[in-house]
Design a protein around this ligand. Structure first.
Ligand SMILES: Cc1cc2nc3c(=O)[nH]c(=O)nc-3n(C[C@H](O)[C@H](O)[C@H](O)COP(=O)(O)OP(=O)(O)OC[C@H]3O[C@@H](n4cnc5c(N)ncnc54)[C@H](O)[C@@H]3O)c2cc1C
Length: 334
């Protein structure tokens, strides 16, 4: 029976999916449709929760993040998946003699439960580490933004400030120029353009403001300005930041996987082997933002589908090996 509240309906699942965002639920649908028993453990904090709508997801443009996951859960349940609210705190590999390949796992939940699986998929996403400036956390996902493809249209032609919290702010300034002629780059004592970059900024009519940023100005529940340490306030309608992106990798690390710095220098991630997303730990896959820091919702959902298919293929091979062994033993016994 499919349920959203209990975990112990199956003694051992074919697959436990840790993380029920776009990646995890897409994998659960794929695995459910492949007639696999699957449990999704989800702590209910998708990365885009602060945003009003999901953009760039074909046929679902503007849907609230909560509603998208509600629909995704319903689809996964329809195909027999179990979904439980909870936090997976650790997992370990167990040598299971009933399993031809010897692979098996136990996952511990924060409430003390332990669930068993033949394979694990981790889709726990990432944490955005925001610059420590007054007002940024409160406005995050509303008028403090990071991704032009998620929010650029909504702030087109508005006054957009680019906060120089990382060197990539220069790239963000040039990029957001596509959406508005009114771009201001705040150097914030962090960004130091080269001569060539000064030329690019000037050629694109991007204003540059020197000095450290102290806070964001909010008026009537809307961002209205960037306040400098000097006391000057520069009016803006939106601010773009470059958060550090850190994989939520606790469960994977408890299994022996390690995070590495992303080649773009924007944060940490778990390296996997494409196309299915196998990690360095046999029997464990990862998909979505935990491995692909720049993946949007659709890319994360697609990665979940691919991981589900890869895990099903792996189980199929294990079952085929077991069937061959059984057939051989039967032949010997005749
Ligand atoms: C403000 C903002 C706005 C965005 N807007 C858009 C947009 O408009 N369009 C777009 O395509 N993309 C957008 N994105 C990107 C989008 O959020 C990600 O692409 C997407 O969330 C990645 O999906 P995921 O399944 O990998 O991770 P998530 O959606 O973050 O899901 C991970 C899930 O795992 C759970 N979890 C984590 N750790 C555990 C654990 N230990 N045990 C159990 N559960 C756990 C979390 O609670 C969460 O529910 C936006 C991002 C931000 C920050």
């Amino acid at each position: 029976m499919s349920t959203e509240t209990e975990t112990n309906t199956v003694e051992q699942y074919d697959v436990v999916v840790v993380g029920g965002g776009a990646a995890g639920l897409s994998a659960a649908v794929t695995l459910g449709r492949a007639l696999r028993s699957v449990l999704v453990i989800d702590s209910g904090e998708p990365r885009n929760a602060p945003a009003a709508g999901v953009h760039g997801f074909l046929s679902r443009d503007g849907i609230s993040p909560k509603e998208l996951l509600h629909l995704g859960r319903a689809e996964a349940l329809q195909y027999g998946a179990d979904i439980t609210s909870g936090i997976a705190v650790a997992a370990r590999s167990t040598a299971d003699p009933a399993n031809a390949s010897g692979l098996g796992f136990e996952v511990d939940l924060a409430d003390g439960q332990t669930v068993k699986a033949r394979r694990l998929l981790v889709t726990t996403g990432l944490t955005d580490i925001l610059p420590d400036i007054d007002g940024i956390r409160e406005r995050w996902g509303r008028d403090v933004l990071h991704c032009p493809y998620c929010h650029g249209w909504e702030v087109r032609n508005k006054a957009i400030g680019i906060l120089g919290s990382i060197p990539m702010a220069l790239h963000q300034a040039l990029l957001f120029r596509q959406w508005s002629p009114n771009i201001t780059l705040f150097l914030n004592d962090v960004v130091e353009p080269t001569e060539e970059q000064w030329e690019e900024l000037a050629a694109r009519s991007i204003k540059v403001v020197d000095g450290r940023v102290r806070a964001l100005q909010v008026t009537d529940d809307a961002l209205t300005g960037v306040v400098l340490a000097s006391g000057t306030t520069v009016p803006v309608d939106a601010v773009v930041v470059g958060p550090r992106l850190e994989a939520r990798s606790g469960v994977l690390e408890s299994l022996g996987a390690t995070t590495v710095e992303h080649p773009m220098g924007v944060g940490t991630h778990i390296e996997v082997t494409p196309p299915g997303g196998a990690t360095s730990v046999p029997g464990v896959w990862a998909a979505g933002n935990v491995t692909d820091l720049t993946g949007q919702v659709m890319a994360s959902a697609a990665a979940g589908v691919m991981a589900g298919a890869a895990i099903n293929a792996d189980l199929m091979m294990e079952e085929t090996r077991a069937a061959v062994e059984e057939a051989r033993q039967a032949a010997l016994a005749r």
